[in-house]
Ligand binder design. Structure first.
Ligand SMILES: [Zn+2]
Length: 619
């Protein structure tokens, strides 16, 4: 069960990550072979995006494109030895400055001139030999080479018209040798090809062989994979939660948004290009509030890409399970980023832990499962002490996901699901409570002088009798409740239902909340299915991207990379992530949800709030 939940969460995050990240992050890679003006984006978006055009231009189209030129150029020309040396010079000195496409053209020219001049071949034979060696192509390419040669002799440059952005990349992947080596690499790594891995192979193995010192973009890598007949295969996604606008969820969302709006008045906000901190005015009887958001995330050892590339119809078998994984439980705050002490603070407070972050490696023979107790320990013994050093005299608003784990109640909490109908036996010994408008005291346990059930739990029936709510024939559990069929109008069908609707049972807080409040801080739970409101999700996205780009996804590699990935996200980026969640909250408060909310969030990208005129814009 736990495993499933983690898996679902993990998958879900992968999907989200892309949506959430795109806006604020731009990590352009420079020094690419071609200048794609798009960012090096993720696979999910990539699949929707239309790079077919680049991909689909076939050889004969290029041929047509250049046909006029060809007809004009089929002429006689001569070459001196200096021309040959010039090409040799270009090939030996300027490798970094010429495109791979041009490199191959120069190489072809060089071979052509050498064959023709030094080996006394005819021009046609020399060009055919060159076409064969450099491109593994025939007479058409040979003719092209002769035309380049003529152009070269006359202009001391190569015809520019051929340097369109498509051809220079295409030509390389059209090279039989490159195709052969690529395919052999792909066969060796069956089922594990990703554009990033293939890019590494090209740059680190193939190009060095060709003496090409270049990098290629992820986009080029994907185009080449497509050329090789590989297509991105959708990995099966986790369960799609369509609960975003469920009535109980939206009702709770409203409560959440109202509470957050109240807290926000006392929180520092971060705005402007540099996301500077602006503190609110704090009255004497108030304290500064700081949102401390929490979440858990799994990094899998064989989860390097949401999309794997494979030959069409050859979806690689998905291994059972996700392999070994590292779970991270982390806190973020907009003031400092990750919840941790700086060097100075940890020297000053040697008894306070430096880091709030916790790792767990779930699964066989590892640390076991992450439970409510782990989180409680992390909050009470790590997060709160650290927070109080960083923000003395402030109130932390700890924000958690609405998971059952986080909502776990204390052992003695009022919890109707831990009660039996009758006294005694195996049921929780619960804390005393008060009920009714007069706040009548009630013990949930019989006193020590009870003749039969001394110090034992009273059970539901006795509790209801004492409250005057029991009637003859009332059953413990009715069929509908047992089958979990909910109906808000059904309020007195069985003991468990009646008791669960009693105020003291309804207002029973989770142990996490109780303990946080005991220490003078506050606690809030995000609405279900609303991960866009917890900005730590975007942080996970950024960390997972870093992991993908830097990890070889072995188990030891993962253990080294994940901490680095988590540290790699800059504070300003974290603040921008948070701003996006605040913007979502503002938009939801304005009554805008779903697709329109997404539109508004994108449109007002650099804002914490959207203007009221938003209503007119989204018609
Ligand atoms: Zn019932």
């Amino acid at each position: 069960m736990e495993d499933e939940e983690y898996n679902m969460m993990g998958d879900n995050r992968d999907d989200e990550e892309n949506n959430l990240m795109g806006d604020d992050e731009d990590d352009e890679e420079n020094n690419m072979m071609e200048d794609d003006d798009e960012e090096d984006d993720d696979e999910e978006n990539d699949m929707m995006e239309d790079d077919e055009e680049d991909d689909m231009i076939e050889d004969d189209e290029i041929a047509n494109e250049n046909e006029d030129e060809m007809n004009l150029l089929e002429n006689e020309f001569d070459i001196s030895n200096t021309k040959l040396l010039e090409i040799e010079n270009i090939l030996s000195c300027n490798l970094k400055k010429i495109s791979a496409y041009d490199y191959l053209r120069y190489k072809a020219l060089h071979l052509f001139f050498k064959g023709w001049q030094n080996e006394n071949l005819t021009k046609t034979d020399a060009s055919l030999q060159s076409a064969k060696i450099v491109y593994n192509k025939g007479s058409y390419k040979a003719q092209q080479i002769r035309n380049w040669a003529k152009y070269w002799v006359e202009n001391e440059s190569l015809p520019k018209s051929l340097q369109g952005c498509h051809q220079k990349i295409k030509s390389l992947i059209d090279d039989e040798d490159i195709i052969e080596q690529s395919l052999s690499y792909i066969r060796k790594n069956k089922g594990k090809i990703t554009p990033n891995k293939y890019k590494n192979f090209i740059e680190q193995e193939l190009f060095p062989q060709l003496e090409i010192e270049k990098t290629i973009s992820n986009k080029t890598s994907r185009i080449w994979l497509r050329k090789l007949g590989l297509v991105p295969q959708l990995r099966k996604k986790g369960i799609y939660f369509d609960g975003h606008e469920r009535e109980d969820v939206t009702n709770y969302r409203e409560i959440f948004l109202k509470k957050m709006a109240e807290y926000e008045k006392l929180m520092p906000i971060f705005e402007g290009e540099n996301m500077e901190q602006h503190n609110p005015e704090i009255l004497n009887d108030e304290k500064l509030h700081i949102l401390v958001t929490h979440d858990e995330c799994l990094f899998y050892s064989n989860d390097d890409r949401p999309v794997i590339w494979a030959p069409l119809g050859e979806l690689p078998l998905k291994k059972k399970g996700q392999g070994k994984s590292i779970m991270v439980s982390e806190f973020l705050l907009e003031t400092i980023g990750r919840l941790k002490l700086n060097n100075e603070q940890s020297l000053l407070y040697p008894n306070i832990p430096t880091e709030a972050r916790k790792y767990l490696k779930p699964g066989k023979n590892e640390d076991g499962w992450w439970t409510a107790e782990h989180l409680l320990d992390q909050v009470l013994n790590y997060a709160i002490p650290i927070f109080e050093i960083i923000h003395p005299n402030s109130i932390a608003i700890f924000a958690f996901d609405n998971s059952t784990n986080h909502g776990a109640m204390a052992k003695d909490a009022l919890n109707v699901s831990k009660m039996n109908v009758n006294p005694g036996g195996k049921q929780s010994l619960m804390r005393s409570t008060v009920y009714g408008t007069n706040q009548v005291f009630q013990s949930m346990v019989f006193s020590s002088d009870h003749p039969i059930y001394s110090n034992q739990a009273k059970g539901m029936k006795q509790i209801l009798i004492e409250r005057g709510l029991y009637y003859e024939g009332l059953i413990g559990d009715c069929q509908l409740c047992k089958e979990k069929i909910d109906d808000i109008t059904r309020t007195d069908c069985c003991m468990r239902k009646i008791l669960s609707l009693q105020n003291d049972f309804i207002s029973q807080k989770s142990q996490l909340q109780e303990e946080i409040e005991k220490r003078g801080h506050k606690c809030i739970f995000y609405p279900k299915y609303h991960c866009e409101l917890n900005y730590i999700e975007m942080y996970w996205g950024a960390a997972k991207k870093y992991t993908r780009d830097n990890c070889n996804y072995t188990w030891s590699g993962l253990q080294i990379t994940v901490p680095k990935a988590l540290d790699s996200v800059p504070l300003i980026t974290i603040r921008k992530f948070a701003r996006k969640s605040w913007r979502y909250m503002d938009i939801y408060r304005k009554g805008i949800t779903g697709k329109l909310a997404e539109f508004a969030v994108k449109k007002y990208k650099s804002h914490r709030r959207v203007p009221d005129t938003i209503y007119n814009e989204i018609k």
